[in-house]
Design a protein around this ligand. Structure first.
Ligand code: YCP
Ligand code: CO
Length: 286
């Protein structure tokens, strides 16, 4: 089941503006998942495993998530979380803003239970940001404000904001013990209205010539720009019709062509880390 629209709510811009003001005022800190992004990526937990405002780690929570001090400061978002969605399966609710930054292709939940079908992540963009996109496997999406998306984070996905226009969003995670129907996440059944037509981005064809040009980065790559190249390669699939995961294959190939064994190993490690396996507290240094 790939990412799709679950429903839509009409956002109250006036009330939202006050909450956005608070979120902007929260000091930026070193992020839990910093290695996945290259620019401004600010995550603020409203509900999480501990109720602590600094706890940004996504993990399994016995029972329901606990509200943090931030939830009290964003009454409109708190109301959305509590009236639109059911509380008992709620595992995390956080705002996530991305500006002038890319989140590298990855799969989530690989550090958690093997049965990833238990996890159900929703995503709602709160601000109109025309240059912000999500990808999931072979699709690039522009999410419009108020649309409630199922984000299939267990498969390969990435995100980008090519601009500095704020793309504040609300990401809400649920987990179930056994089988479930997606409409079970809604406390307000009238919000569940799947089947709306999403805004899918039409991408340019990806040609052999383009691939060759990318691989010629072997003439440029060195330890000091390895990280930059990973972010550069992670952006390609948003514009050209190619799978997000190809970024890692190119990086490995580029390092091989440059004949630098250490960089080949590093490229293979980051591919493994982002896409296949990592432990809960594992972090990667690029
Ligand atoms: C999360 N998992 O699920 C993070 C985001 C990649 C790892 C970045 O919140
Ligand atoms: Co993710």
């Amino acid at each position: 089941m790939r990412s799709h629209i679950l429903g839509k709510i009409e956002l109250d811009r006036t009330r939202l503006a006050k909450d956005l003001g608070y979120l902007a005022s929260v000091p930026t800190v070193e992020e839990e998942y910093d290695e996945f992004s290259n620019g401004f990526w600010k995550n603020i937990p409203l509900w999480n495993a501990t109720g602590e405002g600094e706890d940004r780690l996504y993990r399994d929570v016995p029972g329901s998530a606990i509200a943090t001090e931030h939830a009290a400061r964003v009454p409109y978002l708190r109301e959305i979380v509590q009236t639109v969605f059911v509380g008992d399966r709620l595992k995390m609710a956080r705002t996530r803003n991305l500006k002038n930054a890319v989140v590298i292709p990855h799969r989530d939940f690989v550090e958690l239970d093997q049965d990833v079908d238990r996890y159900f992540r929703t995503f709602m963009v709160l601000e109109d940001s025309p240059q912000a996109f999500h990808s999931n496997e072979d699709t690039v999406i522009h999410m419009r404000p108020g649309e409630i998306w199922f984000l299939d984070a267990a498969t390969v996905h990435a995100a980008i904001n090519f601009s500095e226009h704020s793309r504040q969003s609300l990401c809400i995670d649920f987990a179930f013990d056994g089988g479930f129907d997606e409409k079970e996440i809604f406390a307000d059944p009238t919000v569940y209205d799947p089947g709306a037509t999403p805004e899918i981005v039409t991408r340019k064809p990806f040609t052999q010539e383009h691939r060759d040009r990318i691989l010629s980065l072997s003439k440029v790559i060195e330890r000091q720009n390895f990280r930059d190249l990973l972010f550069l390669l992670s952006k390609v699939h948003f514009t050209y019709d190619v799978h997000p995961g190809d970024a890692y294959d190119w990086l490995v190939e580029i390092a091989k062509k440059a004949d630098d064994e250490k960089m080949v190993v590093k490229a293979e490690q980051i591919r493994e880390f982002a896409m296949e396996a990592r432990a809960l507290h594992d972090r990667f240094s690029l």
